[in-house]
Design a protein. Structure first.
Length: 218
């Protein structure tokens, strides 16, 4: 189910999925995370990482992000929380290369990232709040990997579904994925039919009439 669901999700866009969540009265949409590198949409399962101020968990010293990369399977999306208020990169160039070689689909970071020109050179998708040149070293630490994180106002757990494109980022819980996909696919099909009708010469006031306005209530 996981691979098939991810494939279906990758054929949609964030707006159709967001509309499906509205129709089903579910949350999961995060705005303001801009695609800073890579091209096109990404979709996959979340591997999570929480950064902040404090002490790293006991164990061997490892650079932040490396545990998440090694935990990821091809096609996964690494999702990073860095809401410490400290200006420090939550992702960097060597991490982007390591993730690319691992087959990771991309990174979604609620916080600043750095080395974005390197990520661009690797054509590795990074969605983030913004950029910084400031290193995480001596500023923030990795507090946890594959635990719950807060992205925007959405709680994201490992294994949640993620889709990100130029319009935003959407997270979907595994127990909701089938009904969200069905609703989003129906919405996308109706909008494709509307586009076809416009190309065939029907007036836009007719195509985008009352039925369109009430589509999410049906």
């Amino acid at each position: 189910m996981s691979a098939a669901a991810t494939e279906r999700l990758s054929r949609l866009d964030c707006c159709a999925v967001s509309d499906a969540l509205d129709k089903l009265k579910l949350g999961g949409v995060v705005s303001g995370l801009t695609q800073l590198s890579g091209s096109g949409r990404i979709a996959g399962r979340a591997v999570t990482m929480k950064l902040g101020i404090g002490s790293a968990p006991p164990g061997p010293t490892r650079h932040l992000g490396t545990t998440a990369i090694e935990a990821a399977n091809p096609g996964d999306v690494i999702v990073v929380e860095q809401k410490s208020g400290v200006e420090a990169g939550s992702w960097g160039g060597i991490l982007a290369l390591g993730a690319k070689l691992r087959g990771v689909a991309g990174v979604v970071a609620d916080g600043p990232v750095r080395d974005i020109d390197e990520a661009k050179s690797f054509d590795f998708p990074v969605f983030a709040r913004g950029c910084t040149a400031r290193t995480a070293r001596g500023r923030v630490v990795e507090l946890a990997t594959n635990g719950p994180v807060e992205i925007g106002v959405v709680t994201v757990n490992p294994g949640d579904y993620v889709i990100a494109d130029g319009s935003g980022v959407v997270f979907i819980k595994p127990e909701d994925i089938e009904r969200v996909l069905q609703a989003a696919e129906a919405i996308a099909a109706r909008e494709a039919a509307m586009a076809q009708a416009l190309r065939a010469g029907r007036p836009i006031t007719e195509v985008m009439g009352a039925n369109y306005e009430h589509m999410l209530k049906e």
